[in-house]
Design a protein around this ligand. Sequence first.
Ligand code: PLP
Length: 447
Amino acid sequence: MTTAPIEQRRILTTAIPGPRSELLQKRKLSAVSAGVGTGLPIYVERAGGGIVVDVDGNQLIDFGSGIAVTTVGNAAPSVVAAVQAQVEDFTHTCFMVTPYEEYVAVCEQLNALTPGEGEKRSALFNSGSEAVENAVKIARSFTGRSAVVAFDHAYHGRTNLTMALTAKNMPYKQGFGPFAGEIYRVPMAYPYRWPTGVDRCADEAFDAFVSAVHTQVGERNTAAVIIEPIQGEGGFIVPPAGYLKRIADWCTQHGILFIADEIQTGFCRTGDWFACEHEDVVPDLITTAKGIAGGLPLAAVTGRADVMDSVHGGGLGGTYGGNPVACAAALGAIETMRAEDLCGRAREIEALFMPRLRELAEKFDVIGDLRGRGAMLALELVSGSGDKTPNSALTSAVNGYCHSQGLVTLTAGTFGNVIRFLPPLSAGDDLLHEGLDIVEQAFAANA
Ligand SMILES: Cc1ncc(COP(=O)(O)O)c(C=O)c1O
């Protein structure tokens, strides 16, 4: 086992990907289903702080965190220690058979950390998709209603029900139907692309939502409205201030549960424990995963005790849900988030990124929009000169350039035209600045 800390420095020893990665990629192509893609085929040997080390000895700067997962950093010391101690004690009993304290402790933490002062309960699962599926099950069971309302540009997962909730066809849904029923889609408040302009977005989007649910679904048939407080895969779309609260309040008036999918936004990512807090919204149910356990698979539904307890005994669960090793990791990750004030660190990262990205957006008119919060920031790329036609070709070129220079970036967006930044909150300022230098060079070389 390697224990020496990873030098927090970008090092390129070969072209990206290097020869060893290329060999592994060849093996991958003949062993792994072609349906499982890889965005940047460097094969990872180690990772930590803000660096990913590949099998060729390259050290890349990480602006992706494994898609918003390693918020506390990769192999974070508190996570490693908790996992090591736990695997030596026991690795699995199944909480539904013979329970253990770690599961209960994670639920206690979730109940305390999520928005809302009322009594809460949680249930643990393995993946974000599974948490969303269970939130829908719980909402249907509590309300006795079946319809669920989701938004344009939404991403909620890849299982059958969550594919139905996810908006984008390629690559998530193409050829995989038929999808689960009783899912209805409404327009999203997308300020940059709202047809009548940013200023009218909040009111008109809210009116469109109310009208669609009223005329096409029926309030009394609607179990839940599910929304990401900042849409993730959809392109880091931040709805206008007050919009989420109006939707949540309207749901309450109609006995409809408001589910916040905080799988990508949760656990300090946006500068608070949860993105709903910026909008003073208290969801009935909240789904979490990704950042919760420092890289181990864990997910949760947390919510009002009366809602969560309305499900019959044995109705929720699964063999691995709340696995003790994943729970130990979560307890370690949460401890680090508190001890190192990672919410504060996410706000610092926003303060570091924003002026530089703003300057870039002023220089290159192909950057149509700059948005996000905390350490969840994005650039939407368009044709330029006032033309908002999505520019996915430039997005791929900028992303590819960053990769070639040793910076792990990700794309997003319904139109494939968003570059998103999700650095681990453990990355130092120097690395972040160096990563942003590469982003600037990518635009200079391609825009
Ligand atoms: C908002 C949101 N919901 C749900 C999911 C699905 O999570 P998982 O990939 O763990 O199933 C994701 C994953 O990207 C997500 O960002």
